[in-house]
Design a binder for this molecule. Structure first.
Ligand SMILES: [Zn+2]
Length: 473
């Protein structure tokens, strides 16, 4: 059997400003895909398993990038031109795709569905594949592919295994001649990413129901519980259930929908506002209080210049506190001798905008620092040294503000120490992160609170200006 294989992987956050260009993608073509064989990725797993089935794999193209803003159309067109050229050149018995499922480009809200639509025009063979649990699964995807299998764990510890499950099902299809179809159920439920972990409900119960259904009904090849990606604004955004079956999975899909409705509030996690949290922190407790601002999560693609928590700290007159914002313009203004700056609020349309602030200059520095924790997430991104660009340290009342010229995920305390700030001696420090800061801050924090502010990565979905949502009730 000859299998055409390709990958297209991007989780698109459409509420981030700007575009993700082709140059942000890692692009591999043809035989370059073999470097993945045997590695921890779904693609690597399938390339390895192919030997066992005696498949001849025909690698077409693999495009992937980190989660970021809406993708340039050029990426989709370039991918399609690579995939269609590879399909033209070869005879093949099936197609295997490694997808995310929540990719959005400038003009295409359902990129995976569009790729399947074009593929279906040129081939009638079975199309199988794997996708991410955070997909926004579309009717087009369900209609045009034969069998797509999603990850079952979040965090995604089973991506490779899900790829193998899909490959084994393709082997079943090719050896038995039986061909499944997909049935999609979209209950109109939206959960923020923080509400989609599979160790807890709602996902925990839905996952176990799906495995029971698979066990009990042999015509059901796979039942996918798809959490959706609420930061991609499309008509299909949200939770869905996708059956791959040679029979009719309507009863099971309906049962899942009913259970999901009953459990839905458990997935709708929201953090209290910064003002609510600061109101409760009077007087400030002893030790360091870490205030976490996930709406401006730098590691999730946010600009790191949000003014929500900054405004609240100033409004509440919090003393012995520090916050870091990325704002090269303000650094330049300070270098030019100005002491009234328009700080932050330039990177996201969801922010109220720059905050005009009179400040006292403490220092202007080079922002290179050596990582204190060489095994951190930041080290995996940059090695031993991170460069925050030119930095300014300023004071406003009891608040110390570190202003950087390169946005810096708060994953290493060297960020503060290199600028002469003893972060562990503060009463309050603000960090723009969701979860990944904890390796650095858990060991110095006496208290840690998550606060909601305006920004693109807020768990409070009501703050996001959706335009395309259809089904959410
Ligand atoms: Zn995911």
């Amino acid at each position: 059997m000859r299998i055409l294989i390709a990958g297209l992987f991007h989780e698109t956050h459409t509420f981030l400003d700007g575009l993700t260009p082709l140059s942000d993608f890692q692009v591999r073509r043809g035989n370059e895909l073999w470097v993945s064989k045997g590695d921890a990725s779904p693609l690597g797993g399938v390339l390895e398993l192919a030997d066992e089935f005696g498949w001849q794999m025909l690698p077409a193209a693999d495009y992937r990038a980190q989660p970021s803003a809406t993708v340039a159309d050029e990426v989709v067109e370039q991918f399609w031109s690579d995939l269609s050229a590879a399909a033209d050149k070869a005879d093949y018995d099936a197609v295997y795709l490694v997808l995310h499922g929540a990719m959005v480009s400038q003009t295409i809200l359902d990129v995976e569905g569009e790729v399947l639509r074009r593929l279906r025009k040129i081939t009638p063979v079975p199309i199988f594949g794997v996708f991410d649990l955070h997909a926004n699964f579309s009717p087009q995807m369900a209609r045009l592919a034969d069998c797509l299998v999603g990850y079952r764990e979040n965090p995604h510890t089973d991506a490779r295994e899900a790829g193998l499950v899909a490959a084994r099902l393709l082997h079943r299809c090719l050896t038995t001649g039986r061909r499944p179809h997909m049935q999609l159920q979209q209950p109109g439920i939206l959960w923020p990413p923080t509400g989609t972990g599979t160790a807890a409900d709602p996902m925990l119960s839905l996952e176990s129901m799906a495995r029971e259904f698979e066990e009990a009904d042999k015509s059901l090849w796979a039942m996918n519980i798809v959490a959706g990606f609420s930061f991609a604004d499309t008509p299909d955004t949200g939770v869905s259930f996708v059956a791959c079956t040679t029979g009719d999975a309507t009863p099971q899909l309906q049962e899942l929908e009913e259970r999901a409705r009953a459990l839905a509030p458990l997935g709708q996690i929201t953090d209290p506002t910064a003002d609510e949290v600061l109101d409760q922190l009077q007087p400030l407790p002893s030790g360091l209080t870490v205030l976490v601002e996930p709406a401006d999560n730098i590691g999730g693609g946010a600009p790191g210049d949000g003014t929500g928590l900054l405004r609240a700290l100033i409004h509440h007159g919090v003393r012995n506190a520090a916050i870091c914002l990325n704002d090269p313009q303000s650094v330049s203004q300070l270098e030019a001798g100005e002491r009234t700056i328009r700080l932050g609020g330039k990177g996201s349309r969801l922010d109220p905008g720059p905050l005009e602030l009179e400040v006292e200059l403490v220092a202007l520095n080079d922002g290179r620092f050596e990582l204190e924790d060489k095994n951190s997430h930041l080290a995996s991104m940059c090695g031993d040294v991170f460069d925050m660009g030119r930095c300014a340290v300023v004071k406003h009342g009891g608040l110390t503000i570190l202003i950087t010229s390169v946005k810096t995920p708060p994953f290493d305390l060297g960020q503060w120490h290199s600028q002469g700030i003893s972060v562990e001696k503060l009463s309050v420090v603000a960090v723009k992160a969701a979860v990944a800061h904890r390796r650095a801050y858990d060991k110095i924090a006496a208290h840690m609170f998550w606060v909601d502010t305006p920004g693109p990565c807020s768990s409070n979905l009501k703050t996001l200006p959706y335009k395309h949502l259809q089904r959410v009730r």
